[in-house]
Design a protein around this ligand. Structure first.
Ligand code: HGY
Ligand code: MN
Ligand code: MN
Length: 404
């Protein structure tokens, strides 16, 4: 008997997860380790148990549901995505790949179908990096969390009520392959009316914070020539970040967060924090952009008489998807009568981190009008169901192929 996706269960579970938000009526806000995140975890625990899977939460908050394989020695086939969202985000980013992964388990269970490899569904924690630097969960299973980061994690996990942190985080053993199903979050598939994107590479990214320190003062009594206003140099730097994207530079460069201190209309701001997010599928371009940002900051600091510190987070390297996994996705799509196109991912994904443990591949379905990280994020139901069915058959094909 072959396993098939249950569309009602898939779409119903997606609706259920969308209800776990701290901003009802304003998109989905389910930050890592928050109350809504805990409620969503409880759902995954129930759904996983109903699918006959062993469900655990690991030391950092990843939820893992696994069906045993017929071959006890075979490495796991992994699928999943992230359970956390950006503030007032959409109902599909991350959630879709998680619900589809759990649906794969349920479909195999319904069909009484046991694969040779264990099938491991993962809901990774803090992929978005709103609470702490991104990809906490996938970097933990890849064994990439060092002691310093572990120390920073401990109070956050304790506050979220997770059991006390171990002295170190043991990553997983090698896996047979990881396949992540995700919405494109960009405009290409929708514009070209193509149902499936087969990801070629996931972008590299460099995030960080710039702190501009001037001097807080009275907006009415401080002569312009005597000011050390922190916001004006920040504004100049925002324009410099935009210039880092373009020919010979990054694909994209963004300032998404700007915090003024004290932030009162009649006070010259003495301190500004601004974020930066630089991305390219060529890591050298990201490195070059960061160097240019540092130079621009130093020039502006001198000209404006303020201090500017550029604090970079650890960079996430670009990752090329495994060609065998890509071909397997293509072949399964063709068997489903689905047209595909190769597509790079401008968004970061846990799947890229999982390349540390074995071959990786990603399946995209269209995002209507390319919108994401916003409550209007949408994909037609039939496209969501087709994507999940393709994920299931890709995993079954990888199981038979013994790659990885
Ligand atoms: O920001 C990203 O690339 C993804 O949504 N985490
Ligand atoms: Mn996202
Ligand atoms: Mn995502």
């Amino acid at each position: 008997m072959t396993a098939t996706i249950d569309p009602g269960r898939l779409l119903g579970n997606l609706d259920t997860l969308a209800g776990y938000t701290s901003t009802p009526g304003s998109g989905v806000t389910r930050l890592a380790w928050s109350e809504p995140w805990r409620a969503a975890v409880a759902c995954l625990e129930r759904w996983g148990a109903a699918a006959g899977a062993a469900v655990v939460m690991d030391a950092v908050g990843n939820v893992i549901a696994e069906l045993p394989g017929a071959d006890m020695a075979a490495p796991a086939l992994v699928t999943g995505s992230h359970l956390d969202t950006v503030p007032s985000g959409g109902r599909l980013d991350g959630s879709y790949g998680v619900v589809a992964a759990w649906e794969v388990l349920a479909a195999l269970q319904d069909a009484g179908m046991q694969l040779r490899h264990p099938v491991r569904a993962a809901a990774f924690v803090n992929e978005e990096g709103i609470v702490l630097p991104p990809f906490t969960g996938s970097r933990a299973v890849a064994g990439l969390i060092d002691d310093e980061e572990l120390a920073a994690l401990a109070p956050v996990l304790e506050q979220a009520g997770l059991p006390s942190m171990p002295a170190s985080i043991q990553g997983w053993d090698r896996v047979a392959a990881t396949v992540e199903l995700h919405i494109e979050q960009g405009p290409v598939l929708d514009a070209e009316s193509i149902p499936i994107g087969v990801v070629t590479a996931v972008t590299g990214q460099q995030r960080g914070t710039v702190v501009i320190t001037g001097r807080t003062n009275h907006a009415g009594t401080t002569p312009m020539a005597m000011r050390r206003d922190a916001l004006v140099p920040a504004a100049e730097l925002v324009m410099e970040v935009e210039k880092l994207a373009g020919p010979g530079g990054c694909e994209v460069a963004t300032v998404g967060r700007l915090v003024l201190d004290p932030g009162a209309p009649n006070v010259v701001p003495g301190r500004v924090e601004m974020s930066f997010d630089l991305r390219s599928v060529d890591d050298r371009l990201v490195l070059g952009a960061l160097a240019k940002l540092r130079l621009a900051a130093a020039d502006i600091a001198r000209a404006r008489g303020v201090e500017i510190a550029v604090v970079a987070q650890p960079a996430t390297p670009a990752v090329v998807m495994d060609s065998f996994v890509r071909n397997t996705i293509e072949a399964a799509a063709s068997a489903h009568g689905l047209s595909t196109r190769p597509i790079p991912s401008g968004a970061g994904h846990d799947c890229a981190i999982m390349s540390a443990l074995g071959p990786v591949g990603m399946i995209f379905v269209p995002s209507m009008e390319g919108v994401s990280h916003h409550e209007s994020e949408a994909t037609p139901d039939d496209a969501l169901v087709k994507g999940a069915a393709l994920l299931l058959d890709t995993l079954v094909a990888l199981d038979a192929a013994d790659h990885g």
